[in-house]
Design a protein around this ligand. Structure first.
Ligand code: PRP
Ligand code: URA
Length: 209
């Protein structure tokens, strides 16, 4: 249905998402599972990253192996995106982290920017924008706009739960950016929340509901 969308259907990813959806999951367990889930997702997302060959001396002889060809930059969309960043950094510890503060205005549902700090080598980086929720798609589109305006070229977007409305908008505005999600849900409600969804991700991570 959406040509740039990949649904990560690995059983471990799906099981953790199941528990994240459960309203009885408390903040501590939500944070812990989101962290684990983000790691599992990025393992799949980075499968085709370019590598380069390097020589290495083992205790016995000279051989060669492979390392990532380009730096990796994570762009978590604050706040909720930060809940996925630590899990990804466990797998890619040398990744840079660019912060982008966006909140969704409650009435207009449009993203409002409040913070931005990007590394200077964005143009050379493999960039992964992360946010658990892609609802109307406004925040995701704005984040990709900022990344491109700062010279970013090789970009992926990773979320946990997406709404069809948001994926359609993102695909229209950024057709060349692949989107990875653990679930494509049914629809948005009148307040822009994803159904069935998992509620407000930021509130569930940080206990601010
Ligand atoms: C949530 C979520 C996304 C955005 C998705 O953030 O983490 O950033 O909403 O909605 P959209 O696709 O309609 O733009 P929120 O604005 O609630 O801020 P928070 O992360 O600080 O809780
Ligand atoms: N932001 C969230 O955190 N959850 C939704 O369902 C929609 C936007």
């Amino acid at each position: 249905m959406f040509k740039n969308l990949t649904i990560l259907d690995h059983p471990l990813i799906q099981q953790k998402l199941f528990y994240l959806r459960d309203k009885r999951t408390n903040n501590l367990n939500f944070r812990t599972m989101l962290d684990e889930l983000a790691g599992l997702m990025v393992y799949e997302v980075t499968r085709n990253l370019p590598v380069r060959e390097r020589s290495v001396e083992t205790p016995l002889e000279l051989t060669s192996g492979f390392v990532l060809a380009k730096p990796v930059t994570l762009v978590p969309i604050l706040r909720a995106g930060l809940g996925m960043a630590t899990g990804i950094l466990k797998l890619i510890p040398h990744a840079r982290v660019a912060h982008l503060g966006l909140y969704r205005d409650k009435t207009t549902l449009k993203p409002v920017e409040y913070y931005r700090k990007f590394p200077s080598d964005l143009p050379e980086s493999e960039i992964i924008i992360i946010d658990p929720m892609l609802a109307t798609g406004g925040s995701a589109v704005a984040a990709a706009d900022f990344v491109k305006n700062n010279g970013g070229k090789s970009i992926s977007f990773v979320c946990l739960v997406a709404a069809p409305e948001g994926i359609a908008l993102f695909e229209k505005r950024h057709p060349e950016i692949p989107v990875y999600t653990a679930a494509l849900d049914r629809e948005l409600n009148d307040h822009g929340y994803i159904l069935p969804g998992l509620g407000d991700a930021g509130d569930r991570i940080y206990g601010t509901e």
